[in-house]
Write a protein that binds this ligand. Structure first.
Ligand code: DGT
Ligand code: ZN
Ligand code: CA
Ligand code: CA
Length: 607
């Protein structure tokens, strides 16, 4: 779980500026179902509203209500637009009362939120920009403004430069250094969207395109198809009837904010969310070639082109050519075969050795979502989750899982109402009772145990020994030196009750860098001790990342792909963890939770 104070994520707030520039005088056209507002967009609006109200000094309960609503909506498995369309009552959702339900309905109906626009209108744009820096929340923005008159990123940059923040209360050297980096990143900032956010925005666009008459294939290529943790833009390949004028229909999509380019076979638009979408219309005979080309990566394409050249062939987005004659292009496998390569999965196409492995018939057999048999890291009402143990168990059973480990926080994490020895013992008894009722899934006793700064674990061994496993995580002391942080974790792993290192690097995409760590040393130590590393599937964590997954696999350390779910919908995040692991060349055998229960139990035993 996140323990940092929620600061406005950078992209999201900049995205809000996009709405600000949306022609305000024009009344919005009635929305069509196909362009329904995504949950991510609604959550964004509420988060931005909460930040702005907070800066204004609004009632903290009100601010909190909007933040909670954002969290609830972002975590729902189903789109609220769909729920409304089906006549659902949103005020039945946790934390959503009549008033909030009305506001959500307003967003779904009109694409905007009047209260947010009014609030924005009275907040200077530069303040909104300041709030977009990860380390600046409403409190610090207020402090900067009141004590130094700073009200924009530019002014903050100048003040940092001139040393005017030195000695300012609450702005120590470490924070100042972070701000310096964030200001620099902000300046050169290339906007990227988290994969899960891009998915929420792209899904309705894709179904809109697929429903158009005359469309045969419509598929998203690019980094999105390679399942990169963030995407710069989405690249859509469409085939079908030429006369259907697909690019015209694409630019007429209701979610389009701005048309950047528009021709008969290609178009680029910026969506209301700020995400850019490029569309290419290709003849059916070029579908595979276009898909291959626009899936990339660029480095993979260049490597393929080199192989083609060696064989006297030319390859581009229309096909593979010998002279002027097209000899392949309809499908990707056909093209790879022509280059004497097996099919290479999109997640591997980074020119990180996949071509060589392909030639050597040594490509990995990547782990698949349907091979996952359980989740080893979920929270319940006991700490900061939103459902009871029985409810989480039922949701996991419905997914077809064989087991579920209840991993609530331990007591050092007071913000998450972590469990002390007594409450954890009571929870273990409850798990026994539920298991006795044969709920159709086996519940495992676990805890997300805090690793304290000296490397000790947050609960005594005699308590931990009763657990089936532990997920041990760092939630404090992020700024220790590399050496100290590494030995802290090594010490924790020395405890035989330590099983899985939770979100091992602590990074939050776009918000917090990983803490300084000698990951390779930790992996080698984990191998020696029989410890496992987590691939946390939360879209803003994806921790370990692809490169680290690959290193773990090479060293021989097992991985646990876990959702860290705080409600039933978040169990669905598993696929993002699997995607990240696939990008790290991970196979089913490398993953702890692809095992059936007896083999899992055997692997959990540390001897
Ligand atoms: P992104 O959007 O930054 O997350 O990353 P991509 O990989 O989606 O990159 P994008 O959208 O610029 O281009 C989509 C694909 O098109 C890219 O993965 C490979 C292909 N492509 C783009 N530019 C070039 C190029 O100059 N040469 C080659 N061979 N392929 C290119
Ligand atoms: Zn955690
Ligand atoms: Ca792209
Ligand atoms: Ca692109």
């Amino acid at each position: 779980m996140k323990t940092t104070r929620r600061a406005a994520p950078p992209k999201e707030s900049r995205r809000s500026e996009v709405w600000r520039h949306a022609a305000p005088s024009r009344t919005p056209p009635p929305r069509r179902q196909a362009a329904a507002v995504s949950n991510a967009e609604i959550a964004d609006m509420f988060n931005t509203l909460a930040d702005l109200l907070d800066v204004e000094g609004a009632n903290p309960f009100r601010v909190r209500a909007y933040r909670n609503a954002a969290r609830t909506i972002a975590g729902l498995p189903q789109s609220v637009a769909d729920m409304l369309a089906e006549g659902g009552d949103l005020s039945e959702l946790p934390g959503i009362g009549k008033d909030l339900a009305g506001k959500i309905a307003e967003i779904v109906r009109t694409g905007r939120l009047g209260l947010l626009e009014e609030t924005k209108a009275r907040t200077p744009g530069s303040l909104i920009e300041l709030l977009s820096l990860p380390s600046l929340g409403p409190r610090r923005v207020e402090a900067l403004h009141n004590s130094l008159g700073i009200s924009s990123v530019a002014e903050l940059a100048a003040a940092l430069e001139a040393g005017r923040l030195d000695g300012l209360r609450g702005f120590g050297p470490k924070l100042r250094e972070r701000l310096r980096q964030e200001v620099a990143r902000h300046k050169g900032s290339e906007r990227r969207f988290k994969l899960a956010t891009a998915e929420q925005i792209a899904a309705p666009l894709l179904s809109y395109l697929r429903d158009l008459p005359g469309v045969r294939h419509a598929i998203i290529a690019g980094s999105y198809r390679r399942r990169k943790e963030t995407v710069g833009d989405i690249d859509i390949i469409v085939t079908g009837d030429r006369r259907a004028k697909i690019t015209d229909r694409f630019t007429a999509y209701e979610g389009v904010e701005e048309i950047i380019a528009h021709g008969p076979t290609r178009a680029s638009v910026r969506l209301r969310s700020g995400l850019q979408a490029d569309l290419r219309f290709l003849p059916e005979a070029s579908f595979g070639a276009g898909l291959l080309y626009f899936t990339g990566s660029k480095a993979h394409n260049i490597a393929l082109r080199r192989i083609a050249l060696e064989r006297g062939l030319k390859i581009n987005e229309y096909g593979v050519f010998r002279g002027d004659r097209r000899i392949a292009g309809r499908s990707e496998p056909e093209i790879y075969a022509l280059l004497d390569l097996p099919y290479i999965e999109p997640e591997l196409r980074e020119d990180r050795g996949e071509i060589e492995a392909g030639h050597a018939q040594a490509l990995p057999n990547l782990v698949r979502l349907d091979q996952i048999r359980g989740d080893l890291h979920v929270h319940t009402l006991a700490s900061d989750g939103r459902l009871s143990i029985a409810e989480m168990a039922e949701a996991a059973r419905r997914r077809g899982y064989a087991y579920l480990a209840i991993s609530d926080h331990t007591h050092s994490l007071t913000v998450a109402r972590g469990l002390d020895a007594r409450r954890l013992a009571a929870q273990m008894d409850e798990i026994d009772r539920i298991n006795d009722r044969q709920p159709g899934i086996t519940l495992l006793k676990s805890a997300e145990v805090d690793i304290l700064e000296d490397g000790s674990l947050d609960l005594p061994d005699e308590v931990l020994r009763r657990l089936d496993l532990t997920v041990c995580s760092i939630h404090s002391g992020f700024h220790l030196s590399r050496e100290k942080q590494t030995t802290r974790i090594l010490r924790a792993m020395d405890n035989p009750c330590f099983t899985i290192l939770g979100h091992p690097t602590g990074r939050l995409i776009g918000l917090r860098e990983p803490y300084a760590l000698d990951l390779e040393r930790i992996l080698r130590a984990a191998l020696e001790r029989g410890c496992v590393l987590e691939v946390n599937a939360q879209p803003d964590r994806l921790d370990l990342d692809d490169g680290a997954c690959r290193l773990a696999k090479e060293i021989g350390v097992k991985l646990a792909i876990s959702t860290d779910a705080h409600d039933a919908g978040q169990l669905d995040l598993m696929r993002f963890g699997v995607d990240q692991a696939r990008r790290g060349w991970v196979e089913a055998a490398d993953v702890l939770n692809t095992r059936d229960l007896p083999s899992l139990r055997a692997l959990l035993r540390r001897t």
